[in-house]
Ligand binder design. Sequence first.
Ligand code: HEM
Length: 398
Amino acid sequence: MGTSTSQFPIGASITLDHLSGNVHPYLAHLRAEEPVSWLPALGGWLVTTRSLAIEVLRDVQKYTVDDPRFSTAQVLGPSMLSTDGEEHLRHRAPFIPPFQQTAVRNDFEDWTTSEAHRMVETLLTGPCAWADLRAGLAGPLAVAVIARALGLLNADPDRILDWYRSIAIGIEGVNAGQIAGEDTRLAVAELRREVDRTVRNSAGSMLAGVAKDGSLSAAELFSNTAVLMFGAIETSEGMTSNALFQLLTNPAQITALTEKRGLVANAVEESLRMEPAATLVDRYATRDVVLDGVAIAAGDLVTVSLAGANRDPSVFTDPDRYDAHRTNAHLQLAFVKGPHVCLGLHLARLQTIAAVNAVLDLMPDVMLDSSQSQEGFESARGLVFRKPQRIPVRWSPN
Ligand code: HEM
């Protein structure tokens, strides 16, 4: 590798703390001066403009996910997330039909809308005069939605969350150079048993449908199911939390949405632009390449900053301003572009829209509750997955 940090002084000055906190000013600086920069803190390159981000994400010949360093594949086995080319298509293709827009709308719209309403009603009738919309709505809705989508027998949302947490700890451990522990191995084994049982005994389930396609082995069906679970929980909780938080910190926009509900979908798109819930995606250079005049060596980690791309001023005017009316908000890259484009993006959008509508429907004059926050309101934080810690709100009694 041997990359000289003096060639990339801004990249060299950036720490993991910078990337995890209010990252946007650092990304703006990089984008303007070193759009492809070497960051010793990441041990890799960081790409921060929208056009270069798309170039990397689309070109699987030069930038691949298929690398032994990829920790998710070490714990779960190969899946659509860790393969490229023909092999990627083989893993992904059988899952495409159930996640297409019309299928998602038919199977999930009514159910998700009533689930979001039920969750907000529970908050309204709870013992407190305030509620945390992340813990009480965004988080549980994310788990409930993927639990229903997977249709695992004997697996309620709490059990799915337990598996998720145990496997996530294992993946973090592998990232830190450890071997996955007993808890992770147990969770993997239980989830695998549950996937097998569902395929055998629940003919109408999504998993049985995918298994019938015949192109995936039992182990591959499991790894892709786990990836769906992983892809859905933390990210969707973040997406809904960020959408609610952006709105609550821009109260005039809540008024606009209340008056014109058709705007909610664009407001959600704009929140994805401002704060994509998964902000960094990793690729590995398959050969020596040159990107925007910068020489990248074969094997180097090339990380794309979706948050950087989403505030690129050459595409988005006044990029740090949240504007629910922004006409090109849909050009955001929160779900990436190219072959790995998020499989669950329609389901994710649907649930965040349902959550925002439920809050607007049931919590009149909803606002952030400053009495519940000692240090003021902290917006999204996190190196890869970004969201606010809490979203305490109050509302006018009916
Ligand atoms: C119902 C919820 C979701 C499901 C089921 C889901 C599922 C998936 C799956 C299976 C993939 C892998 C696709 C592939 O590699 O071919 C993926 C990719 C991705 N998803 Fe989602 N996802 C969901 C929600 C979200 C949300 C809310 C975000 C962020 C706002 C997000 C961001 C991404 C990104 C950035 C990738 C690309 C990863 C990469 O290229 O390395 N997803 N998703």
